[in-house]
Design a protein around this ligand. Sequence first.
Ligand code: GUN
Ligand code: FE
Length: 418
Amino acid sequence: MSIIILHGDIVYAPSADELAIHENSYIVVKEGCVEGIYPEVPEQYKGVPVTDYGRKMIIPAFSDLHVHASQYVQRGIGMDCLLSDWLNNYTFPQESRFSDMEYAKNCYDAFVDDLIRHGTFHVNAFATIHREATDYLFNRLEEKGLYGYVGKVNMDCNSPDFLIETTEESLRETEVYLDSHKGSKRVKAILAPRFAPTCSKPLIDGLGKLAAKYACGVHTHLVESLWEAEEALRLFPEYGSDAEIYERAGLMNHGPSIFAHVIFPSKEDIRILKKHGSYAVHCPDATTNIIAGIMPVQRLNEQGMKITLGSDIAGGHGIAIYKQVARAVQLSKLKEFYEPSESKTITLTQAFYHATKEAGSAFGKVGSFEKGYLFNALVIDTMEDPWMTMTAEERLERFCYIGDDRNIRARYIEGREL
Ligand code: GUN
Ligand code: FE
């Protein structure tokens, strides 16, 4: 049996209002799963070598629940536009290049390497409409041992000539894609209608049938801006809410339903998402860069919604989820300041929980160190200045605000060091 033991300051969030801190402790990992955390090595494990990380922190690896792998090369460009102009002027022309496999491979290789560098081991990614390139991304994530959902994007209307499919082509290519990844383990196929404005009703309904046939979930953008929310209901006039478009098609019954942004949800959107245990993904950087609306995180959390974090590369400019943890706190303050009746400031612990345990639940038992969770973990510097000491809570906060990949000193997936 494989057993490893690590020593350090062990930190994780079992709930939105609790940070579990075990300083100067030992974590025992059996067959890739957490067995327990102890102040001393228990008698039965004496003799197992201990990897000693001193006062460095051991934390769960991060999950990114909304990222466009295909926009990795676009980071930090076009950031003075809002959504519609940004899509038309930058994103659509860039994504059209994924018909060229050389281009796609370069982009996806760099993307996957950067995810690992920044400690994101579980990822829900949009690719593009191109099946061959999407397969490449899927296989690359698998090869590297990461956990993920990968979607071949669907768009059959209101899109430029160079980045559009017919309805039939979109459904046929999607089915080939789903069929070729049946039975996969760590990485899974997910349906990815881009958003209501670029998908016809026959396309959405056809995807609903594929969801049932291949037992898969859905990943899309939902009420992300006032423009998008209005456009969705203009194009789907017989529907009462953006979420109903996906619900009525049967897209929320066969796997995780993951909705990016959810900034302007109606009561009906919230009811539908709660009913299906859907994930709402807060993307702080993208929200400030191209959307200019802020998710009411604290209110939605109190209303029992599942809230997670995403980098939304390249609406967001950086891949590091720990920075999104800090930004989620910052934005919640602005939200409270400008709209005090809408939502209140959240804590760092709450934001960290959304980025680890809550987001991780989309992939299985990852994102926490409770017994039985997979040991997908990061070892983080102490983050202290040499002449002063800080609490573990303060050190975690500092990492989220001013840390970078150089402060990640070791990475483990299923108990195996990378
Ligand atoms: N809505 C439709 N497409 C996109 C995209 O590529 N990024 C973001 N942030 N929103 C979108
Ligand atoms: Fe997005």
